[in-house]
Design a protein around this ligand. Structure first.
Ligand code: SF4
Length: 269
């Protein structure tokens, strides 16, 4: 791991990354951490920051993984990322797949993000197992956590979001999200500062997904009150169960409101 130029932004991100890691007990001595890198600004920033000396965290090793969804027929993106990994001395696994095409076929295109994230995550867990990695790190940030809460309320009929530290298979693996306290705009700023070779998201769903819709609603609300996102985030730590419905919604009365089966949003769409 190497030290970087200590800009104010770098120090800020490091402080909040380590704080989230400590608060949620994300890293233990000797962990082998597999970092999901799509090539977006957030995952490149995460990989870069995890590859620096930590002040409060024990030592761990990292490996990058990229699951190419197959939208870029020229494979230029794949080569860009490969060169970046090699140029910076990262251990990495890259895999070309047709997940993007399959999840946009007629039978799946109603909700491609659900299947896409499932398939990619399944493959990443298999790769973690093969390479002896016990932690899988995603670059989901504070904005993702806020949006996911609203997505799950609006479309999945439940109050839940992405967990900063989530156990899989009885603790065999953990999915961790060290950007849980960090806003998207700061990560974007850091990616610009570091001039990362950010890869464009070529997925046709990315610009019309429900997540994008929620993001636009939040932007609109923040024109009136710039604290809306922060308020939603903090509300997740102030849950007053006594002021929620506990007796349950009676299924027998539900038929007139029932639409399609709900699904949970966990991964980013
Ligand atoms: S927006 Fe993201 S999660 Fe959804 S289908 Fe496209 S690549 Fe997959």
């Amino acid at each position: 791991m190497t030290d970087r130029k200590r800009t104010k932004l770098y120090l800020h991100l490091k402080k909040w990354l380590e704080k989230a890691a400590i608060d949620y007990d994300m890293i233990q001595e000797g962990d082998k951490v597999l970092v999901g890198v799509s090539g977006g600004f957030d995952s490149l920033a995460l990989l870069d920051l995890l590859n620096t000396s930590m002040i409060f965290l024990p030592s761990f090793s990292i490996m990058a993984v990229n699951i190419d969804p197959g939208f870029d027929e020229t494979h230029g993106d794949y080569d860009t990322l490969k060169n970046y990994f090699e140029g910076n001395g990262y251990d990495y696994v890259m895999e070309k797949t047709d997940i993007g095409i399959r999840t946009h076929s007629d039978w799946a295109k109603k909700n491609p993000c659900f299947l896409c994230s499932r398939l990619r995550r399944k493959r990443i867990v298999e790769i973690a197992e093969k390479h002896g990695c016990n932690k899988i790190v995603f670059a989901h940030h504070k904005d993702d956590i806020i949006e996911t809460l609203l997505l799950n309320i609006f479309y999945a009929r439940e109050i839940s979001t992405m967990m900063p530290n989530q156990s899989l298979f009885n603790g065999k693996f953990h999915i961790i999200r060290p950007f849980a306290y960090i806003r998207e705009d700061l990560i974007k700023k850091y990616a610009k500062e570091k001039n990362f070779p950010v890869i464009e998201n070529r997925c046709p769903t990315a610009k019309v997904s429900k997540r994008k819709y929620i993001k636009d609603i939040l932007d609109e609300l923040e024109k009136d009150n710039k604290n809306v996102r922060e308020n939603i985030f903090r509300s997740m730590s102030h849950v007053k169960l006594d002021y929620l419905l506990t007796s349950g919604y009676k299924k027998s009365n539900a038929h007139e409101y029932e639409q399609d089966e709900p699904f949970r949003f966990v991964e980013k769409g």
